[in-house]
Design a binder for this molecule. Sequence first.
Ligand code: ATP
Length: 240
Amino acid sequence: MDHAIRIHQVTKNFGKKNVLKDINLSISPGQIYGLIGPSGSGKTTLIKIIVGMDVPSKGDVQVLNTSIPNLKALQNIGYMAQSDALYPELTGEENMAFFASLFKLKKSVQKERIVYAANLVDLSSHISKKVGTYSGGMKRRLSLAIALIHDPQILILDEPTVGIDPELRLSIWNELIQLKKKGKTILVTTHVMDEAEKCDYLSMVRDGMILTSGSPSALKAQYNVSNLEEVFLKAGGTNS
Ligand SMILES: Nc1ncnc2c1ncn2[C@@H]1O[C@H](COP(=O)(O)OP(=O)(O)OP(=O)(O)O)[C@@H](O)[C@H]1O
């Protein structure tokens, strides 16, 4: 397989508003691919199209060589949305078990995965509490645990570390790097430049277009700057 995710000339309009313009990108298996761009640039819209929650006005998306939307392909995708979709009346563990059951995991596997995922996001001592009592950061962590619950081949994470303290953010990124080493493909959106630095490959998005793409070091070399913020400004023509 030469790509885990392939986006071909995707355009999205909401009424007369053109939100994505002829987006082409291809993500190799085992890569951490970052989408960075300001609020409203179209990152979430693109992600929703990749997971089949929205359809493009034009163009097509393939995940693991399957055209999206496709129910079966979803088995291979772990998706963490920007807003948490959790059941506040259930405990953290019950929320995880519910989502695990949607993927038809065996009970024994389910238990193992819940222990693993809760530990990963440092929620092990809170999983018996109702989610309604969780802080915003705890809910983000639980959403990330749920995205990982079925051990998907592809992880799609929309601003996964918003509201999470720096220490845990670092440990989550370390785990994402471990998952990548196991061959998982990870697509992540972020506003945080030090997270962008950890990606293997980046696309900078503005106004529904990809301004520039490349590895963090290649981008800095190409624009002859020392940090990714400057790459963004130069690529967007704001600083030239
Ligand atoms: N369902 C919708 N109907 C109309 N406009 C929409 C809809 N969804 C998104 N948009 C518009 O599309 C544009 C891109 O939004 P999107 O959420 O994809 O941006 P984003 O880059 O993810 O921003 P953020 O980082 O704030 O989440 C925005 O102008 C937004 O208002």
